[in-house]
Design a protein around this ligand. Structure first.
Ligand code: FES
Length: 85
């Protein structure tokens, strides 16, 4: 299983992420609260700005996203990431 480094620049913190759970769940496990509503790609409440790295989605999310935004509830991490969090 591949483990990625997810750097949170505002918090100056780096998490390990293996895609066994969502990024949103990973943040919550580290007591880092982040907004959410649907947790399944519809509402866009969990969006975050991606400064570096690559994610993918199992299904194209319905929520509207800017080119540099990702949905923490449902994206798959594909490389080490730098997030504006
Ligand atoms: S919580 Fe609704 S899109 Fe992520």
């Amino acid at each position: 299983m591949k483990v990625y480094q997810v750097q949170l620049v505002q918090r100056q913190q780096t998490l390990q992420h293996d895609n066994q759970q969502s990024l949103l769940e990973n943040l919550e496990q580290h007591n880092i609260p982040h907004e959410y509503q649907c947790r399944s790609g519809y509402c866009g409440a969990c969006r975050a700005r991606l400064l570096k790295g690559q994610v993918s989605y199992r299904q194209p999310p319905l929520a509207f996203l800017q080119a540099d935004e990702v949905l923490l509830c449902c994206c798959q991490v594909e490389s080490d990431l730098v997030l504006d969090l």
